[in-house]
Design a protein around this ligand. Sequence first.
Ligand code: DC
Length: 221
Amino acid sequence: MVVAIDGPGGVGKSTVARRVASARGLGYLDTGATYRAAALAALQSGADLDLPAAVTTAVGAATIEYADGAVLLDGVDVSEEIRSAAVTAASSKVAAIPAVRAIVVAMQRSWVVDHGDGAVVEGRDIGTVVFPDALLKVFLIARPEVRAARRAGDHEAAGSAVTEIQAALEQRDHADSTRAMSPLRPADDALVVDTSDMTLEEVIAEVLEAVDLANDRPRLL
Ligand code: DC
């Protein structure tokens, strides 16, 4: 059983997904972290990010693992390193390459199969592409200035001005929403929640209620 939580950067997906997973005893997979690890693999290999074949070769040669919230690249914990501004910028480019997505999505699906009791999976295309049969699909949104203010509170953005953060977020959202493969968009059957004027606790409560309703809903098999 998969709960998909998608949406743009800075909307609070990770916090909400982590809390919902722990409240219902489910696994938690941050798929953004897997694209970030792929981007770091490409950067470390020295591949030209504008050459999809070179990036794909680098990502294909790397071992990306996700365990207990930590991301390992070739056995090394890179959980901190993947939050750097350089990796953040590279991740959007790398994630637009179809062959890279194929490698990373295969890893995401097998992670969920290995966590048989169910998982909350967070990303951009989870409800539309990776798990189109998810039990519940949530798409979180918030006004850009609200997302920038939330991101400013993250360790990743420490020291940056909110206006700079907002510009970088909007640039990345534009790239993620307009790419040809698996663009950021809500699934037709997603529950879209505008979190702009909600507290974190209110968002979590709304998602938990939707999870419980979906669990009780009779399903046609
Ligand atoms: O959620 P995040 O900021 O950690 O994601 C990093 C990048 O990876 C982001 O630019 C979009 C991309 N991504 C994606 O294309 N598909 C996903 N399922 C998750 C993230």
